[in-house]
Design a binder for this molecule. Sequence first.
Ligand code: AMP
Length: 216
Amino acid sequence: MKNIIFIAPPAAGKGTISDYLTKDFNYEHISTGDLLREEIKSGSELGLEINKIISEGKLVSDELVISLVDNKLKKLDRPFILDGFPRTLKQAEALDKMLVSNNVTNNIAIYLNINLEEALKRVLGRIICPKCKRSYNLNNESLRPVKDNLCDDCGVELEKRSDDTEETFQIRFKEYIDNTSPILDYYKEKKMLKWIDANLPLEEIYKSIKEEAEND
Ligand code: AMP
């Protein structure tokens, strides 16, 4: 399988698709959002700073996320999914260097194209498992937990993300358009970009992504 770099606005489905790919193909799932939320949970000084930035819907510094990803890429022993990174051109350039220095080839960038209304609907219905990070959605029949508000896998109570409010979503979406859109041109020029319609039902999105990841 190819390594996958997901590029998508908030709540386009990259977390859920990553869960499926990880279960079906033993991918290593590297989510910078999850890594940052872990730091927040640890209660460290750095975690407090990160919490402030995330709850305002802004981006944390390039240096911090680059070093988080670098640590993960150094220890890789299987294909990986990058979920939420790169989000700026500087991160995309740093990623290129890290892939070269770690001898990682066979990479594709997948863009999940979603409109603002659909993304907002998904954000407002999203609840996640604090233990295994699995994502559920109350606004999507096929993504509801079996038992109300409990993770199907861990039995742990599901939580809403503190940044999944309508107000923060609007800021995150704008951040995305301003910072992340230029990355699309970057990967297009490198002929690495695959475009997926993420407004479609999840099963169809997943099928298209599997085909892209398996293709030679
Ligand atoms: P996510 O879980 O991918 O939606 O990320 C949640 C939040 O974490 C984002 O809104 C940002 O504040 C922060 N974040 C995650 N990944 C990055 C990144 N690559 N660069 C900067 N900030 C990030």
